[in-house]
Design a binder for this molecule. Structure first.
Ligand SMILES: [Fe+2]
Ligand SMILES: [Fe+2]
Length: 166
């Protein structure tokens, strides 16, 4: 399922959840520490708290889904990718209006002139580049880069499902 195929009300719920995101707890910080290096954590904490919360929920789902589908050997990398998939959305970069427009109406590539919206559309590519620069595993970089494209394998499918659900 691509994010464009989430029904409109699903996207409204997603956006509402992002607005009411709770701050991270100690247990969340420990979870992040288990998967991310110090440099990757720096990238994670560059995101707004709503994106951090979304990434954490997605990661927990990805852990369960990877286990259920026999992807235990790749699970650590899939969880990492879920935690880092939106690091291309940097704090302060994305005013609420642009975020709402993006989440609710799913921009078509090449149709929008707005710079902020363009940054949002490019966040997968940008995030992959940031992770690569910080020495993240190539498989995780690949998953980040493709997370809004049609999934090429089961790991990418798990990540996309996790992204669409939270
Ligand atoms: Fe994304
Ligand atoms: Fe996401």
């Amino acid at each position: 399922m691509t994010s464009a195929s989430i029904p409109f009300w699903g996207r409204v719920k997603q956006f509402y959840r992002s607005l009411t995101a709770a701050p991270l707890k100690d247990s969340d910080l420990k979870y992040i520490q288990r998967y991310l290096s110090e440099q990757e954590r720096a990238l994670f904490f560059q995101m707004d708290v709503m994106d951090q919360r979304h990434a954490l929920e997605a990661a927990r789902y990805a852990y369960r889904a990877a286990t259920a589908r026999g992807l235990g050997h790749q699970r650590h990398l899939i969880v990492k990718a879920a935690l880092l998939h939106d690091i291309g959305k940097v704090k302060g970069d994305l005013p609420l209006r642009a975020r709402a427009k993006y989440t609710l109406f799913q921009p078509k590539p090449g149709k929008d002139q707005n710079k902020v919206w363009a940054a949002l559309k490019d966040h997968a590519q940008r995030g992959a580049h940031m992770a690569e620069t910080f020495g993240t595993e190539p498989e995780v970089v690949r998953l980040i880069r493709g997370h809004h494209n049609p999934p090429q394998d089961e790991a990418a499918r798990v990540l996309q499902e996790a992204d669409n659900l939270y």
